[in-house]
Design a binder for this molecule. Sequence first.
Ligand code: ATP
Ligand code: MG
Length: 735
Amino acid sequence: MDDVTAILDQLNPAQHEAVSAPQGNMLVLAGAGSGKTRVLVHRIAWLMQVEGLSPYAVLAVTFTNKAAREMRTRLEALLGLSLRNVWVGTFHSIAHRLLRTHWQDARLPQHFQIIDSDDQLRLVKRLLKENHVDDERYPPRQVQSFISGCKEEGLRSHQVDAHGDAYLAQMVDLYERYQLTCERGGLVDFGELLLRSLELLRDNPALLALYQERFGHVLVDEFQDTNTLQYAWLKLLSGMKTPMTVVGDDDQSIYGWRGARVENIRRFEQEFRDTRTVRLEQNYRSTSAILEAANALISHNADRMGKELWTAGSRGEPISLYAGFNDLDEARFIVDTIKEKVDEGYNRREIAILYRSNAQSRVLEETLIRQGMPYRIYGGHRFYERLEIRNALAYLRLLLNRDDDASLERIINVPARGIGTRTVEILRERARHADVTLWQALHDGLADASLKGRAGNAIQAFADLIERLDNETAGMALHEIIAHVIEHSGLVEHHRSEKGEKGQARVENLEELINAARAFTQGEALEPPETAEGGVALEAFLSEAALNSGEHEADEFEDCVQLMTLHSAKGLEFPVVFIAGVEEGLFPHKMSLEEPGRLEEERRLCYVGLTRAMRKLYLTYAEIRRMHGKETFQRASRFLREIPDEYMEEVRLRGQISRPVTAMRPAVGLSRQTSVNGGGDLPSLSLGQRVLHPVFGEGVILNAEGEGERARVQVSFEGEGDKWLVLGFAKLTPL
Ligand code: ATP
Ligand code: MG
């Protein structure tokens, strides 16, 4: 009975009830930090230990790989055994598993590849070009989100009715072409993973019955953020018969903009028979000052299910509010304060900096680097999204699947081997005409000698290289394959010859990829492959890399300050939290200001942010912020006014606490006299802007420094990487 005691220990009566309830549908609806995730984990343990459910019969779904991994670890600790076979994962990873196992029934090639949103965008751009579609009227990102949106609603292109609208009809046409290209190349995007696995189960009753039989219980965390497709998927998989436990919080629904449907919570209660609803009301995470502040904020939203949340914890310190005179000053305050906290005895990993937009991380990162403070960033510049890594992965993917056009295009001339854009154009044209993949077009061209001369030789050499790499790596272990490919493809040499530290860093990253592969086969992965040998492992590794590209998976053990967007902080908790850039237009984001629904979603996001903090919370904003190359005056966010004064105090000078917030409240924002610290301005260019360079092509401005003629900008060029350019010399045309 000891195990059972462990499972039920440390649960309050409501949690106890939820964990030990007889099998049946259950909805746990409760506010932040009330132990929903804890209940979920303990319930799985209970089902196995007491109800005798086999690990094989459990399906648990969560939203991030990090959360999935944590759930597995906690479960293993609770049960004292290794649980490799339990299906704990994200919607994507589980759908992926289904498709890999049943690739034939899913009408996929055995070695189908997952493409992430970056590949997807590249593919869309190519389609627009090939079909002579005006990319101003149909911006690639919009086409991409149209396609993803349709898939999230479970719609194939023939199911979308354009109602005679020419614009929409063009979108649908692009969706159809996009899908055809994916089918031809064996490519599967994130939305497709889910939609395809739903269709797989729906269209194969025998298979569906098998899984419905197999799963004895289905559990879902963060249920408020499920979209239409995910809901349908769960419904199908459970067959409305397998009991389900779902936990969620309507006040933390933050993915409405990406198709999440908070009403799924109500739908669940109505559609799933005899659902027992459990409410948890005690918060164990935060001090009462933080919790009360969060409760007050969220009470400004109109459409809520209504929940109580209290804590037995102490009031704790008030929330500190710091108004930086500009974004640099804000960053300096944050980093200085972190240093103080570390001196007080906090580990760096116990401290998080959260922000609304990815772009905000740059100034913070630079300040952290200058001050020698180690940090880790979730989202943003992610390992698997780095240029050199993507190039290496493209080679590897091509080894498995020659029809992967996206990968072929990426590396056909990297490192440079004399295959110019013109030749690639010709290949594309051929492929399109003959309705074949680029690899086939390339061989056809060589065979009928329409590709000849220098270009033909270069193409032949490329084709030979790929075949040779494939032969040479046969039978090697995964990390050996990777080491071999990055060396013999010339990638390592290519980056080594780059000038400066950048090249060095790229070589190091490539070497890191070998380490990642080694760690992967040694079982640190979410879903370790059955065997470390050859192709199977490579395929699993590439899938994991694609699934991971949304989250950075650096060394979990290094003691680093954690940086992430508010969205990726969902479900996590940290003793000390900073929320930076709490300004009108930034947070709430300006795009949300016109629609009341969106504003409420921003407020929920703020609620999520506040409730991540356990002991100490800092809110900061800058009165002047450099955005889009201009310095703009910022006003404090309305959210600050929605938090009662009694929970806040303003920090004026570094480390000094001044008057309570009430006194300065009317002055929040513009009125205080501050000096603008000049800095170089870029008259017609702005951060984040797209520009054209005569040699490097299209890119995005990431960074700027200096003034006038000597001002420099850092531009990230597609395929060329990041470069610093002096404005006075570089001929950049704004796009
Ligand atoms: P969120 O809405 O942010 O996802 P949650 O409801 O999932 O939060 P948990 O993360 O499960 O909450 O729990 C919050 C914190 O409270 C965790 O540190 C957890 O260990 C702790 N906790 C939960 N229940 C109890 C309890 N009964 N006794 C002590 N600590 C608890
Ligand atoms: Mg949780």
